[in-house]
Design a binder for this molecule. Structure first.
Ligand SMILES: Cc1cc2nc3c(=O)[nH]c(=O)nc-3n(C[C@H](O)[C@H](O)[C@H](O)COP(=O)(O)OP(=O)(O)OC[C@H]3O[C@@H](n4cnc5c(N)ncnc54)[C@H](O)[C@@H]3O)c2cc1C
Length: 804
């Protein structure tokens, strides 16, 4: 065994072997893998081996498609048979809502370059004669889906890696991971110690234990999962071709052919966590759990109705095995703040659909410093300290039980709530707020009327919130709205070198004292890493604010790139709450509470100052995402209630509390982009229209060279805002934008602009098409609508109302 390696991968399941393979593929040869037993000895060996490219997150879909595209290569390169069956797959809809959802998905696949098809009941029966299609509306057919031999595939990755120089140590259990104090790690195994620069936790069912070796608590829970293998079925014995993989989305089962019988898998509602207090080290290697068939009765009943032949077919074998889930079902990939070169590749629920993408992403990150595109959906940095074990169990159970349910864009699932509340939560609740969740925190979406239940109906179309949001927007336009913005991310940079640190991470100009500036943050390759607001409170003290759910992500970046001697960086997002007040009455209302003049001459647009607001010591910033005159007031969380009370007491007659839905509508009318929609690591500042905020006169910020190149090259696609004609539902994201039948872009977000009475959206469109002002079409829920690119914001194009 080597005593030194550049990377030690812990875990020889499909994920660890894929990471090892991709490291060698990207040119790193001094890499090793430790496996405590034989390869596949965790959950990999007993997987059903199904794979598919479809995922609710487009970036994950892309990586799943990549995984599938790898299979023939690794089979050829390794010489290892992987039992590949590309059968195609049917995602079946038996409700109108599901059918709408699949049609919307199908349109999105055009953007992702996936060639899926919508098929009717007759075509479904032709492809899968076992299926009873009564009540079925149709299915989405994906020719890329299929199944494979899980052990063969894992060994194929391993074999390719070995051929490229990697070493694999079987029967070598990692016992400890100790920092050397010199920027490296000692990986202590039962066969000796390896000194290494990088450690990868790909320990699957034992990832939590390998996390604890460096005092890291991972929000991962293993769940029991069953599938049944049947005896031979006559129609399959005689059929010349295999049936496709079938996901009966409304029945919560999946089915594929296995030899001349079928494999039927079940996501039962009574999701059962396994070994929540830790996975025993002795578990594994061809070990399964006792089958619990009584838990499957309801799902099997549905399955037998959809596939009647199964009711008369013998069951050859029942498999019950555990595999891991994160709270949202996506993997945990990437680095961890404070643990230099300790990497995660775990919590992978669909290793045979996602393993290749996870391996590629992590290998890019380790070898090149960052992954190629936006992979936030599987970045370990998307979770925060609210993911306690109880939260992780509640959320993973919920995810498992709802695995095939429609994820509505306006639905926030109930498990693990409320985990965290702002200090004005009770007041908001009394005012009949309907809440969503952001980074574990309950956030107000809108306010129902007093005589209505505070419940929004999950839908792909306009919900019962529509009229209430309109009323909130009207109040903002005519009087003022008060919004709890405690969820915003807030970071304090202090110390003599605070400005130097910020000049390194922020690409924009730093504000003068008591001024505010919007600024992008870039990666070394010039990708967007943040759209932040820098508020300078003093020469050596800055408040930086951004999207609240990015706290772990941003703090990890700051720790890596901004932390240096002479600067302290504090995440004060929980310690400080905030109320935004916007609308023409906001100056008058706020000045009644501050008791001072807020006249434009004293407090101009983009000014920040510290003052007492009523009883609360506050930071008052004059800025507004709403497009109206507005202020954000931040106070220590204990003062938030008194701040809200005093603002409500001073309020003008039309002032009312509003929610984040109203803010989304207002910002779309101003064509203001937001993170994860218009802005992400997929885009560069010049694509996103943020180039004007970059201070190219400075040479000291990360990503400058790449951003310069980006400016000179002129991006082929640009962000644009547009209005959709005759819409009855709003665009939700990733709908294709077309000229004639040519896809020329895609939507990033959509919503109804109540002040302008238009369905609005933003999206990336081919620059030539924007410049030519061609007629565009967007397909929303299967309906093709004409749309018009806006050359200026739909509301108050000159921005005069913000500067009143
Ligand atoms: C019944 C069932 C059906 C499934 N069907 C499918 C399917 O159809 N399609 C699909 O994509 N996925 C499926 N899955 C999920 C799939 O099995 C997992 O996503 C995948 O196996 C995860 O792989 P992994 O490498 O992350 O973890 P694991 O397979 O658990 O591998 C982790 C490895 O790390 C080793 N290890 C742990 N700790 C140490 C240590 N300290 N030192 C050394 N080695 C260590 C373990 O021995 C193990 O071999 C199914 C799972 C189950 C249970």
């Amino acid at each position: 065994m080597k005593t030194h390696a550049q990377v030690v991968v812990i875990g020889g399941g499909v994920v660890g072997c894929s990471v090892l393979y991709h490291l060698t593929k990207l040119g790193w040869k001094d890499v090793v893998l430790c496996e405590r037993k034989e390869l596949t000895a965790g959950s990999s060996w007993h997987a059903a081996g199904g794979f598919h490219a479809l995922n609710s997150d487009p970036a994950v879909s892309r990586l799943q498609a990549y995984t599938i595209s790898l299979y023939r290569d690794i089979e050829r390169q390794s010489g290892q048979d992987i039992g590949l069956h590309v059968t195609g797959g049917l995602n079946v809809a038996a409700t109108q809502e599901r059918w709408d959802f699949l049609r919307a998905d199908w349109a999105r696949h055009r953007v992702l370059g996936l060639s899926t098809e919508l098929v009717g009941p007759q075509q479904i029966r032709d492809l899968c004669p076992l299926m009873e299609t009564s009540g079925v509306f149709g299915a989405l057919y994906d020719p890329m889906e299929g199944h494979l031999d899980p052990a063969g595939t894992t060994h194929a990755y391993a074999q390719c890696a070995r051929k490229a120089g990697a070493e694999i140590y079987r029967h070598t259990r990692v016992l400890e991971i100790v920092t050397t104090g010199r920027g490296a790690w000692h990986v202590v195994t039962d066969a000796g110690t390896i000194e290494t620069e990088h450690v990868v936790n790909a320990a699957g069912l034992w990832a939590r234990e390998v996390g604890l070796m460096v005092d890291l608590r991972l929000p991962i829970v293993a769940m029991e999962h069953h599938y049944l293998l049947t005896d031979e079925i006559e129609v399959l014995r005689t059929s010349p071709r295999e049936i496709p993989l079938v996901l009966d989305l409304d029945g919560e089962i999946y089915l594929r052919q296995e030899r001349k019988g079928v494999l039927l898998g079940v996501y039962e509602k009574s999701a059962t966590p396994w070994c929540v207090n830790g996975t025993p080290w002795e578990y594994g290697e061809n070990e399964l759990l006792p089958p619990q068939l009584d838990r499957l009765t309801e799902a099997l009943d549905k399955g037998f109705k959809r596939f009647p032949v199964l009711a008369e077919t013998g069951i050859r074998r029942v498999v019950n095995g555990p595999f891991t889930f994160s709270p949202d079902g996506n993997p945990l990939v990437g680095p961890v703040a404070g643990l230099r070169n300790y990497w995660l590749a775990c919590g992978v629920m669909a290793g045979f659909a996602q393993g290749g993408g996870v391996g590629l992403t992590l290998a890019q990150w380790i070898t090149r410093g960052e992954p190629d595109g936006d992979i936030y959906a599987m970045d370990a940095g998307r979770f925060g300290p609210y993911t306690t074990p109880a939260y992780a169990i509640a959320k993973t159970r919920e995810f498992y039980a709802r695995r095939f349910q429609i994820a509505y864009p306006n639905e926030y699932w109930p498990a693990g709530r409320p985990a965290k509340t702002s200090t004005v939560h009770a007041t908001l609740r009394t005012a009949n707020a309907v809440f969503g969740v952001s980074y574990g925190l309950e956030v107000p979406l809108y306010f129902a009327r007093a005589d209505e239940p505070a419940i929004e109906t999950p839908t792909l179309r306009r919900s019962n919130a529509f009229d209430r949001v309109r009323e909130e927007c009207e109040a903002v336009q005519s009087s003022a709205g008060l919004l709890d913005i405690s969820s915003f991310g807030k970071y304090l940079f202090t110390g003599p070198r605070a400005a130097v640190a910020l000049r390194r991470v922020l690409a924009g100009r730093l504000p003068a004292v008591e001024r505010i500036r919007l600024t992008p943050m870039l990666s070394a390759t010039g990708r967007l890493m943040g759209d932040l607001t820098a508020l300078r409170l003093a020469e050596d003290r800055f408040l930086v604010s951004g999207s609240g759910y990015l706290q772990t992500w941003h703090m990890r970046w700051f720790a890596e790139h901004a932390a240096r001697e002479g600067v302290e960086i504090w995440n004060i997002s929980d310690a400080y709450g905030g109320i935004a007040i916007f609308g023409p009455d906001s100056r008058q209302v706020l000045s009644r509470v501050t008791g001072t003049s807020l006249a434009d001459t004293d407090v101009p647009f983009m000014r920040v100052f510290e003052a007492d607001v009523g009883f609360a010591p506050a930071i008052v910033a004059r800025l507004s995402v709403s497009g109206e005159l507005g202020y954000e007031v931040y106070v220590p969380s204990g003062f938030l209630q008194t701040l809200l009370d005093s603002l409500l007491q001073a309020a003008s007659p039309g002032t009312r509390m509003v929610g984040l839905y109203a803010l989304n509508s207002l910002r779309l009318e101003k064509s203001f982009g937001i993170w994860s929609r218009e802005f992400s690591r997929d885009y560069t500042p010049h694509m996103a229209g943020l180039g004007r905020f970059i201070d190219f006169d400075r040479e000291d910020f990360i990503g400058r060279d790449a951003a310069l190149r980006d400016r000179e090259l002129k991006p082929a696609r640009r962000l644009a805002a547009f209005a959709i004609e005759g819409a009855t539902a709003e665009a939700a994201g990733y709908e294709p934008i077309e000229v004639d039948d040519r896809c020329v872009g895609f939507v990033t977000s959509g919503g109804f602009g109540h002040r302008v009475s238009k369905s609005l959206a933003m999206g990336y469109i081919d620059a030539a098409v924007i410049d030519a002002r061609s007629d565009l079409y967007v397909t929303v829920l299967g309906e093709r609508k004409r749309c018009q690119v806006l050359s200026a914001p739909a509301y108050d194009p000159t921005g005069s109302r913000m500067r009143l």
